[in-house]
Design a protein around this ligand. Structure first.
Ligand SMILES: Cc1cc2nc3c(=O)[nH]c(=O)nc-3n(C[C@H](O)[C@H](O)[C@H](O)COP(=O)(O)OP(=O)(O)OC[C@H]3O[C@@H](n4cnc5c(N)ncnc54)[C@H](O)[C@@H]3O)c2cc1C
Length: 459
């Protein structure tokens, strides 16, 4: 155990970011208290505080690695609980405009596929085993408390039932997803809020579950069908626990998604390829169809703020949320938690380890956000996407298109691209001079843009 640098850290929210952050801090604080507004179920079932959890939630390889760093034996526990291993490249079928499908080959790594409630439940159990983490449910945090001088957070006020309580802390992590408490605190102490960049996509989601039919299994385990500029509908099919497929169908720019199973199957038939449709057409649905609307990707530029209160750190969706079709949010939150642990442990011998911690934390987070945010910016390929298109967008798209063509031909480039997409390798790997030369040569042959190159192999 690292030297304790404080008596109590409070984490607001027991979602993926909050659980990961609590574990990240546990070795540096005497107590970590997680305050969650919901009742936390004692089984892997969805709860109201994370309404998105009924939708497919893919955990990328980079996210699994990050959670594995925080929770020893995490992969084993997930598999024991029913998560399904999928070999990237050979067992996952990628249908991408211009490559229907993308060449299949073993890329040397795999990921685990499961429902979000199972993932969260497994992480929650691991947190509950940590003796100095207190997981307090039914606690809605209403306010961060100011330290004298207003330059730091001193704790939180929260409600449990009809009673209001205050709890002091040396550090508060805002993993409440919306980040409203952090913004409210900045307002109250007279500090500017971070600028926001958004990418308006008005994504509609529908997720259904089907029993995997008995008989000849298909020669894939998962199918990702990415939209094209002409048909903004996409789909994803993944195996989950209890011998089921979870399937989502998506539409951009406000186009409605299906409400009934019959509509769901009919919608699947409108995709460029029929793989998902043919799989589910005869399969038995389990439970209802769940829909979700996601208006925009959003990034808050905390790193650019000149001043930020001490002893407060937002994390996860409170900093940045991405088009969920790329499956990045949980992985980024987990990677941020790992960065938090490294940072806190590296400052243990400082005289005041928590003073000024926000700046290096936000700088570390910037590194994790660059690649997934660039993927989210791929949505600017659609004319109806709202927001400020990056100046170099055209160049980036043509680089990505050429890279995809190269990856289709070359297994090593395919592997590298998929590792980057899985957030398991930094995107700088793709800017190696040799790769750039080959991509440049390839781009001379490339004319058609592919909408979302980096997201392509994502799920
Ligand atoms: C439709 C959809 C599909 C998605 N699919 C994927 C995917 O495939 N892969 C992926 O990686 N990501 C996906 N995401 C993103 C993912 O859900 C988030 O990025 C991730 O959950 C962020 O974690 P978080 O801890 O920041 O927030 P959350 O996991 O949302 O947790 C926030 C927690 O804070 C609690 N809370 C909020 N306010 C308070 C308060 N005042 N007091 C106490 N508790 C509070 C909430 O109840 C909740 O438990 C998807 C998102 C959506 C919308």
């Amino acid at each position: 155990m690292a030297r304790s640098i404080g008596r109590r850290a409070i984490v607001v929210g027991a979602g993926i970011g909050g659980l990961a952050a609590a574990k990240a801090l546990a070795s540096s604080f005497e107590t970590v208290t997680v305050l969650e507004r919901d009742a936390l179920p004692s089984a892997p079932i969805a709860r109201s505080g994370t309404p998105q959890a009924r939708q497919i939630h893919v955990l990328l390889r980079g996210g699994l690695d990050a959670l594995g760093e925080l929770f020893p034996d995490f992969e084993t526990e997930l598999e024991r609980a029913g998560a399904v291993r999928v070999r990237v490249g050979s067992q996952s079928l990628l249908e991408l405009p211009g490559f229907d499908p993308f060449p299949r080959r073993d890329l040397g790594f795999d990921y685990l596929s499961m429902t979000r409630p199972l993932l969260e439940f497994t992480a929650r159990r691991a947190v509950q085993r940590q003796s100095n983490i207190v997981l307090d449910q039914h606690c809605r945090v209403t306010r961060f408390l100011e330290a004298p001088g207003k330059d730091a957070v001193a704790g939180v006020r929260y409600e449990r039932g009809n009673a209001s309580h205050e709890l002091a802390a040396d550090l508060v992590v805002d993993a409440s997803s919306r980040g409203a408490l952090t913004l409210d605190f900045l307002d109250r102490v007279g500090l500017p809020k971070p600028e926001e960049t958004d990418i308006g996509i008005d994504l509609r989601y529908a997720t259904a579950t089907f029993e995997i039919p008995p008989g000849d299994p298909p020669d894939w385990r998962a199918v990702l069908h990415r939209p094209s500029v002409d048909n903004c509908r996409g789909g994803l099919l993944v195996p989950v626990e209890k011998n089921c497929w979870q399937v989502n169908l998506t539409a951009l720019h406000g186009e409605p998604v299906p409400e009934s199973v019959a509509e769901f199957v009919a919608f699947a038939k409108t995709l460029r390829r029929q793989t998902i449709h043919d799989a589910i057409a005869g399969a038995r649905p389990v439970g209802p169809i769940y829909r979700f609307a996601f208006p925009r990707s959003l990034r808050r530029h905390f790193a650019a703020l000149e001043r930020f209160p001490d002893r407060l750190l937002p994390l996860g969706d409170a900093i940045c949320r991405f088009n969920p079709a790329f499956g990045q949010g949980m992985s980024v939150a987990a990677q941020e938690a790992v960065a938090l642990r490294r940072l806190v442990e590296a400052r243990t011998s400082n005289a005041d380890p928590l003073s000024g911690i926000a700046r290096p934390f936000f700088a570390a987070v910037q590194d994790f956000l660059a690649a997934p945010w660039a993927t989210a910016e791929g949505d600017f390929v659609y004319e109806k996407t709202r927001g400020l298109r990056p100046n170099d967008f055209k160049e980036r798209q043509s680089f990505n298109s050429a890279l995809l063509r190269l990856a289709a031909e070359d297994a090593a480039v395919h592997r590298m691209m998929s590792e980057v997409t899985h957030l398991a390798r930094p995107s700088s790997a793709l800017h190696d001079p040799e790769i750039i030369d080959r991509v440049t040569a390839q781009s001379c042959k490339t004319d058609r843009q592919s909408p979302t190159a980096f997201g392509a192999a994502g799920k």
